[in-house]
Design a protein around this ligand. Structure first.
Ligand code: SF4
Ligand code: SF4
Length: 377
């Protein structure tokens, strides 16, 4: 991103907010490739445009391989929150996380972990749950807890369709969408519709259930697993703070290095381009009719199977980017991970209900009409 583009973006992003806390998210590729000086400029520009009484925070997502003491001091001094991508112990991490020479990056990432601890940088781990890590839930969880000493663990299901790469599932021809549960929806099937490295729906469900049991038994209150803690809020009748399990999309735009702005990080497709910050104000794009339609479509386009699901209130059909299967009745728009989510929600239901009751709150298992009255702006 050019200096001019960076300044225009930071100025516009700050000016268009009506909150006293503004958060910037820096993702890549690998943002640390831009060097510490790029982020020194970021902080300088943020200070230049920060109104009185407003705090600005930065989230930086990195694989950790370039982190050194200079980075550690900078991140700590400027209170960056780091999201560290690490998929598990060496064998598991190195299966897919390799450098250009094809060598695993585990050791460099673990050096990055040491830098974060040495300089007391706030961080969370971001763990891709793929066909390998998905098959080893306890090994992954215990490694993150005991070796990485992760205070917050975010798990990301890896779901990548084999084709259709330039359009979102909502634009695929119905005839090419497979029914839920067909053998070709399994990643290890020779004619699978997803890449071999994807997590399967049942693996995803078992992964979450196994990690939940271990967390509940040993780590509740000590380690934050957003999926689990967010469920407590949902069972209390609140809107899930994680967009993937909330009723509405569209509150986090994605901006590319050339200034192009898209509806979401997961919807960087031509149909979902909102404009370019050189030509249009960010808030005009954020609150445009098209973006609101995108946001509301998440709930509006749910198939009947989701609308009748006991766990609609907790799931809302998960991320629309993963909705590329058909229900057994032949309705398109069902999430690939549906079976896994159902397994997880029904497993945790009694425990989460007990936690909510112990906290003295009534339990709301149903779509809360108040929660659904969310304003887009
Ligand atoms: S498309 Fe997915 S990632 Fe984007 S806002 Fe919607 S649920 Fe969240
Ligand atoms: S668990 Fe399945 S049926 Fe229920 S809301 Fe989620 S995707 Fe829909």
């Amino acid at each position: 991103m050019s200096e001019e583009m960076l300044e225009a973006y930071i100025k516009s992003y700050i000016e268009k907010q009506n909150h006293s806390e503004i958060i910037f998210h820096w993702q890549g590729g690998e943002p640390t490739l831009l060097g510490v000086n790029f982020f020194r400029d970021v902080v300088r520009l943020q200070k230049k445009y920060r109104p009185n009484g407003v705090t600005i925070e930065n989230n930086l997502q990195t694989n950790g391989t370039l982190l050194n003491d200079e980075w550690g001091k900078f991140l700590s001094k400027n209170n960056f929150m780091v999201g560290l991508s690490i998929d598990g112990p060496e064998m598991i991490h190195n299966t897919y996380r390799t450098n250009r020479a094809g060598r695993g990056t585990f050791r460099q990432t673990m050096k990055g972990v040491e830098v974060l601890h040495k300089h007391n940088v706030n961080f969370a781990t971001l763990t891709c749950v793929n066909n390998i890590s998905g098959a080893n839930p306890l090994q992954v969880y215990r490694f993150l807890r005991d070796e990485v000493r992760s205070p917050q663990m975010q798990f990301i299901p890896i779901v990548e369709p084999k084709s259709f790469r330039d359009t979102a599932p909502q634009h695929w021809p119905d005839s090419e969408v497979l029914f839920q549960g067909m053998p070709e929806t399994e990643p290890n099937h020779p004619n699978s519709i997803v890449e071999a490295w994807c997590v399967s729906p049942s693996q995803w469900g078992t992964f979450l259930c196994t990690v939940f049991d271990e967390w509940l038994e040993n780590d509740i209150g000590k380690i934050n697993v957003p999926y689990f803690e967010a469920c407590v809020e949902t069972w209390m009748g609140r809107v899930n703070p994680l967009c993937t399990l909330a009723p509405m999309c569209g509150k986090g735009l994605a901006i590319e290095h050339n200034g192009d702005v898209f509806a979401c990080d997961h919807y960087v497709y031509p149909q979902y381009k909102l404009g370019n910050i050189k030509d249009e104000a960010l808030d005009d794009m954020q609150f445009s009719a098209g973006q609101e339609e995108f946001g509301r479509a998440k709930e509006a386009s749910l198939p009947k199977q989701c609308r009748q699901c006991t766990y609609q209130f907790a799931c809302f059909g998960e991320c629309p980017k993963n909705r590329f299967t058909k229900t057994l009745e032949g309705e398109v728009g069902l999430n690939y991970l549906c079976a896994g989510w159902k397994q997880f929600f029904s497993h945790i239901d009694p425990y989460i209900s007990m936690i909510v009751a112990t906290m003295g709150y009534p339990i709301h298992k149903g779509v809360n009409s108040e929660a659904m009255q969310i304003k887009f702006k």
